[in-house]
Design a binder for this molecule. Structure first.
Ligand code: GAR
Length: 223
């Protein structure tokens, strides 16, 4: 059963689901005009599935380990999404690489959040890598998904200044606090038809974005 009213959304998760929770909380607070068709995970043990059930949202598991290879996994994922018919797909800590066929099919309708200031640090272990490099800033990016991993057009970034005594844990906690602001905000823009992707350009409120919207930790406002 679809929960809520508005843009029909499927959220894909692999783990804890704290971003999913922030999106559910915003929807339940009446701040997000979306409905949840399902929460889908590649991992049956993902904690986020429990968060979905608690919110009354139906869940689907496409178990990566029960698939012969990545191709079979992607075909099952494609079929499940085809059945669900989402208007928007939200990758919220979904840690599998999605096929080109799928990303092309849903281009402009699929979002991802990645814990770095893209194009810096695509891939894994972003907190460790940024601390090793000694950058002054880190953050998280919401972007449209394209076949190139972590390289689709960026929409919004949450930015934090790295402190002297920063650890991977402290940095992750600060960045994730910002993810709970920028991800619901992006979904709200899409649901209100204020944001879309045309060719490779992001449009927000009738303006082509030359760079992502920046939200600095010091000035961040809740949704
Ligand atoms: C989030 O911090 C997100 O940025 C990251 O996984 C975390 C999931 O947390 N995504 C990626 O690394 C994707 N490349 P959550 O399950 O608690 O929302």
């Amino acid at each position: 059963m679809t929960v809520g009213q508005g843009l029909k959304t499927v959220v894909l998760i692999s783990g804890n689901g704290t971003n999913l929770q922030a999106i559910i909380d915003a929807q339940q607070a009446g701040q997000l005009p979306v409905s949840f068709a399902s929460v889908l995970s590649d991992c049956p043990q993902a904690n986020g599935l429990e968060r979905a059930r608690t919110a009354g949202i139906s869940t689907v598991v496409v178990d990566y380990r029960s698939c012969a290879d990545r191709r079979e996994f992607n075909r099952k994922l494609y079929d499940e999404l085809g059945t669900l018919q989402p208007e928007l797909i939200v990758l919220a800590g979904f840690m599998r690489i999605i096929s080109d066929e799928l990303t092309e099919h849903y281009q402009g309708r699929m979002l991802n959040i990645h814990p770095s200031l893209l194009p810096k640090y695509p891939g894994l272990h972003t907190y460790r890598r940024v601390l090793e490099t000694g950058d002054a800033w880190h953050g998280s990016t919401v972007h449209f998904v394209t076949p190139q991993l972590d390289a689709g057009p960026p929409i919004i970034q949450y930015r934090v200044r790295i402190h002297d005594a920063e650890t991977e844990q402290s940095l992750a906690a600060r960045v994730q606090t910002g993810e709970y602001i920028i991800y619901p905000r992006t979904i709200e823009w899409i649901a209100e038809r204020r944001l879309d992707l045309r060719d490779d350009t992001v449009w927000l409120d009738g303006q082509a974005l030359r760079q992502p919207v920046i939200v600095d930790e010091e000035h961040a406002q809740p949704l």
